[in-house]
Design a binder for this molecule. Structure first.
Ligand code: ZN
Length: 133
């Protein structure tokens, strides 16, 4: 049991699921095990990354969690983002997707969503930048 780190994949990264070459939205980094089954410390090069698109990520994440692994979002802290954004309602779905909703000065509501907190923050900032114009 270990903690997997979710992060933003590099530009141009594509989904590694079978036959899928869609743009990846999440990179999961699996840390090396402390010891292998043989008791031999593994090589640090064994760190594995896996890129997923928005279609394949929820199921892949679910498999990781069901296997007893924790998936940590290394791109931000949801509590910090909520504190910094009092005009936004922020929540997370059971599938691990984050949502942020706000009411614009013109009275219309808008909602943005993302699988990573850092990406959600970017989407929220894009709305606020547009709002000021
Ligand atoms: Zn995919």
């Amino acid at each position: 049991m270990s903690t997997y780190q979710a992060s933003v994949p590099p530009a141009g990264a594509t989904c590694q699921s079978d036959l899928c070459r869609s743009t990846a939205v999440v990179r999961l980094t699996v840390p090396p095990q402390r010891f292998t089954a043989d008791g031999i410390p593994p090589d640090a090069r064994e760190v594995v990354t896996w890129d997923s698109c928005d279609l394949h990520w929820p199921a892949f994440r679910d498999v990781c969690v069901r296997s007893g692994h924790e998936v940590a979002d290394g791109t931000g802290d949801l509590g910090v983002l909520a504190t910094e954004s009092p005009k936004w309602d922020i929540w997370r779905s059971d599938l691990g997707r984050y949502y942020a909703s706000t009411v614009l000065p013109n009275g219309n509501g808008t909602t943005v969503d993302a699988y990573l907190i850092g990406r959600l923050r970017t989407e929220m900032q894009a709305v606020e930048t547009t709002e000021v114009r």
